[in-house]
Design a protein around this ligand. Structure first.
Ligand SMILES: Cc1cc2nc3c(=O)[nH]c(=O)nc-3n(C[C@H](O)[C@H](O)[C@H](O)COP(=O)(O)OP(=O)(O)OC[C@H]3O[C@@H](n4cnc5c(N)ncnc54)[C@H](O)[C@@H]3O)c2cc1C
Length: 389
């Protein structure tokens, strides 16, 4: 029996995987979307917002607009970030604002569930996308296509296989692409709070002796926490009652006023994943399959959507090539992403390591460094441009 044949098979139904499937199908390509369905957070009256939220850059919003998905996201559920304040552990401050960067907003805070729902619904309306709601297992690269095996023993063929299957990517492993994985010895605790003082659309981040604590503005008088805490401290923090946890967060974030926890506290181990290549024969990696960075700059998903934007741009030029998996196109993809991924990895990794050092001299230097960057317009503008995407 002949196997179903597609132009592109995408493994992974996270945000980059769904966005890639949608964009390629909109270009008229036949797409196989492989993976268990996404399981977005369901709001409850007690916990109306998803604890997983993303600071989505203007470049990512532009991609979601082009895909026709942004308009489907309820504007009552997202919040513009107009200013960012970063505090060192000796009180020094670095501030960025939309006005100074001559943009309307620095980023937009959106729930993961809203993005997943919007993308999933749009994919559902695309006849060119066929869903395979099971796991990818392996593939064999052939002359004109890749032969892909799924967990139930079924097989499909595709000219191009896109690995959007996250940090532990099976596609990456099956393609023999090396990944160097380093633990940050930290876990990110995420939770939502009601706050006594209005956040005024400001995202704040404190480098503290208990890790990096960020409060991101949600609609209304609510904020979302991302606390990158040393692993040794995490069991103690997770064992605290709701009141004690809120008070502990509040000790690090004096400007937020009293905090009241809404819903649960969730933890995610933090690691860096660096891959040797973003491509192999008939293979492209996007999203966390291609790069995992520290969340202190809130840029991992933005990088993944940047991958998708370039993939879509290159796929549009495919008529001039043998097929959509032509090596020239794949090499252009790899070269095109190298700078953005490398620069963001360098920035986040350097900051995470610099603020993990507990030496009084290093502490002073890094704090003075923040004040200096704050006063140096060109350097500050370069950082803003990197974050805007
Ligand atoms: C605490 C925290 C806060 C963050 N905040 C931000 C932020 O503010 N802004 C930002 O830009 N980024 C942020 N990030 C980064 C962001 O979460 C990730 O970059 C993004 O979720 C990666 O999406 P992904 O789809 O590539 O991977 P994942 O979300 O891991 O999804 C992988 C998908 O692949 C599927 N899959 C896996 N294996 C298989 C298989 N064998 N077969 C089929 N399917 C498979 C899974 O089911 C899943 O659907 C944050 C990260 C953390 C930890």
């Amino acid at each position: 029996m002949s196997k179903p044949f597609f132009d592109v098979a995408i493994v992974g139904t996270g945000i980059p995987g769904l966005a890639a499937a949608l964009g390629l199908a909109q270009q008229g390509l036949a797409v196989a979307l492989i993976g268990p369905p996404a399981n977005p957070y369901v709001p409850t009256p007690e916990a109306p917002f998803d604890p997983r939220v993303y600071a989505v850059s203007p470049a990512s919003v532009a991609l979601l607009e082009r895909l026709g998905v942004w308009a489907s996201i309820d504007p009552q559920r997202f919040c513009p970030i107009e200013r960012m304040r970063v505090f060192g552990d000796q009180g020094d401050e670095l501030a960025f604002d939309a006005y100074g960067a001559t943009v309307e907003r620095l980023a937009t805070l959106v729930e993961e569930a809203e993005l997943l729902r919007g993308l999933d619904a749009a994919c559902g309306f695309q006849p060119a996308i066929k869903r395979f709601r099971r796991s990818f297992v392996s593939f064999i690269s052939q002359t004109d296509s890749a032969g892909i095996s799924l967990e139930d023993g079924s097989e499909i063929q595709a000219k191009l296989l896109v690995g959007a299957d996250g940090a532990d990517s099976s596609v990456r492993a099956a393609a023999g692409i090396n990944a160097s994985i380093k633990s940050y010895e930290q876990a990110a605790l995420v939770a939502n709070f009601e706050c006594a003082k209005p956040h005024q659309n400001v995202a704040s981040q404190w480098f503290t002796d208990e890790g990096v604590v960020a409060l991101l503005p949600l609609p209304g008088n609510r904020v979302s926490l991302v606390w990158s805490a040393p692993v040794d401290l995490v069991p103690e923090l997770l064992a605290l009652s709701a009141e004690h946890f809120a008070a502990r967060v509040g000790q690090h974030c004096p400007s937020s006023g009293a905090l009241v926890l809404i819903g649960g506290v969730y933890s995610f181990p933090l690691r860096r994943v660096t891959v040797s290549n973003l491509i192999a024969a008939r293979i492209v990696l996007v999203g966390d399959a291609a790069h995992v960075i520290h969340p202190l700059a809130g840029q991992g998903l933005n990088l993944g959507l940047g991958d998708v934007a370039l993939l879509l741009e290159l796929a549009r030029t495919r008529e001039s090539f043998r097929d959509v998996a032509d090596q020239v196109l794949l090499r252009r993809y790899e070269r095109g992403r190298a700078e953005a991924v490398g620069a963001m990895r360098f920035t986040t990794d350097s900051l995470a390591r610099l603020f993990a050092v507990d030496d009084p001299f290093v502490r002073r230097v890094r704090n003075v460094g923040m004040t200096v960057v704050n006063r140096l317009g060109p350097l500050k503008n370069a950082l803003i441009r990197q974050a805007l995407g």
